[in-house]
Design a protein around this ligand. Structure first.
Ligand code: FDA
Length: 410
């Protein structure tokens, strides 16, 4: 049987980063992954350029049953710390939008950085290697035995870094949740997040032809103190809505509830149309086309028929009431998705190992020596580099915790 201080299951963002830090702190570390290639999600992230962090990270950018849980780890490993690491490896990067940092060259740079840090820490990597069983022997020198496809391994601590359920075709699995359940650790129900929303086929038919069209919007869901709002781009698809704004709101959307869209967030449309009525003879669709893509303006005007309205006419011929109704609809388009595109298209998985059984300082669970980091934990970031920052921060907290625990004298 091979022996290690720590075995990390999952060589993705959190697992590789934790392995490198723990190895450099003097621990003997094995990281194993069932995929042929490590860190596939980093490779495909950010359109191949990896949005590896965000300049402006607070716990408010994350969803969790316990919104305060992420605070400690996020404050002990910040975006600045990761930027310093990038600079050490001479990786060029740029800010794209709203504090989002991307590699200039390729996401491969981040993978190479993580592998170099692991090499510096003397970390062993096994892949493809699958984990068949985890056994715990209380009081033993090496309390954990892992049955793997490359033989039996003994260790003092196990770190689960197997990520979420999104994109099963590149290696996502439910192993992390199964290990949690084996040790009686609760798991908050999982669901696809940062995911496109879908609509009833018949109801969506008039908008399906807009597929590929994108525009900046304000998008909201929920009521009163539970309501959440983003100002981002919206993208029409054949089956529904996508784009950054929709991905953000999807994490907060609850099945059966509606979303609200303001398609012209910078314009009080009722006033705009009233003014147009007084001064213009253009068709309503043409007036709208000054504010919206013209294909969308045409589609909206055609929607009037279903509401008993004739919006397909000159603006100065429409009644005040008709223009008001049109303006209200465009400034506050309320629609109820029937579902999401699911884990096949979701960027992340919301829910996961319940933070109430994890230490926010070290990520150790109430099962001694068993740690959970990264996306497998019930901490889900917004779109924009927040999920990788959580991977780095939770991995760093864990590595520090492991070193403190395993290197105690005696
Ligand atoms: P991650 O998924 O990275 O790693 C888990 C590892 O565990 C994988 O290597 C997997 O093979 C392995 N594993 C799973 N089951 C196993 C088993 N049974 N046995 C052994 N190994 C197993 N975030 C962000 O901040 N910026 C971005 O630009 C993007 N972009 C993006 C694009 C796309 C298309 C997706 C799908 C996701 C993103 N994300 C993102 C999200 C981000 O990729 C994600 O949150 C992190 O990779 C999570 O890091 P983890 O290490 O927790 O899991």
């Amino acid at each position: 049987m091979q022996k290690f201080d720590v075995v990390i299951v999952g060589a993705g963002a959190a697992g590789l980063f934790c392995a490198g830090v723990a190895g450099q702190l003097g621990l003997k570390v094995l990281v194993l992954d069932h995929s042929e290639k490590v860190a596939e999600k980093i490779r495909i992230s950010g359109g191949g350029r990896c949005n590896f962090t965000n300049l402006d990270v607070t716990a408010a950018n994350f969803l969790s049953e316990n919104p305060r849980f992420a605070k400690s780890a996020l404050s002990r490993y910040t975006p600045r710390d990761f930027i310093t690491l990038l600079q050490k490896h001479q990786i060029a990067f740029h800010e794209k939008h709203k504090g989002q940092l991307f590699c200039d060259r390729s996401a491969e740079d981040i993978i190479n950085l993580l592998l170099a840090e692991c090499a510096q820490g003397g970390v062993q990597g096994w892949q493809p290697c699958s984990l068949k069983a985890v056994r715990f022997h209380a009081g033993a020198d090496l309390p954990y035995t892992l049955d793997t496809s490359q033989g039996e391994v003994g260790c003092k601590a196990v770190v689960i870094a197997t990520g979420g359920l999104s994109i099963p075709k590149i290696g996502a699995s439910d192993l992390g949740y199964r290990v949690a359940k084996q040790f009686d650790l609760p798991v908050v129900a999982t669901r696809p997040a940062l995911v496109p929303l879908t609509f009833d086929e018949a109801a969506w038919a008039p908008f399906a032809q807009l597929s590929g069209l994108s525009l900046p919007v304000e998008i909201a869901t929920g009521a009163k103190k539970d309501s959440m709002q983003f100002r981002e781009d919206l993208l029409f698809t054949h089956r529904g809505l996508s784009g950054p704004g929709v991905l953000q709101i999807s994490s907060y959307w609850k099945e059966g509830s509606s979303i609200r869209l303001n398609l012209v967030p910078d314009t009080a449309l009722a006033d705009y149309l009233q003014q147009a009525k007084a001064t213009s003879r253009k068709r309503i669709a043409n007036e709208l086309a000054a504010l919206l893509p013209s294909r969308l303006a045409d589609t909206w005007v055609a929607q009037g028929a279903a509401l008993g309205q004739n919006w397909d006419r000159a603006v100065n011929e429409a009644s005040d009431k008709a223009l008001l109704l049109l303006a209200e609809r465009i400034n506050r388009w309320e629609l109820t998705p029937t579902g999401t595109e699911g884990y096949r298209k979701a960027e992340v998985t919301a829910g996961g190992v319940d933070t109430k059984v994890l230490s926010s300082q070290t990520m150790e669970s109430r099962q001694p020596g068993l740690y959970f980091i990264g996306e497998v934990v019930d901490v889900t970031g917004w779109l924009g580099g927040y999920n990788f920052q959580w991977a780095w921060a939770s991995a760093f907290a864990c590595a520090q915790g492991l070193a403190a625990r395993l290197q105690q004298p005696g």
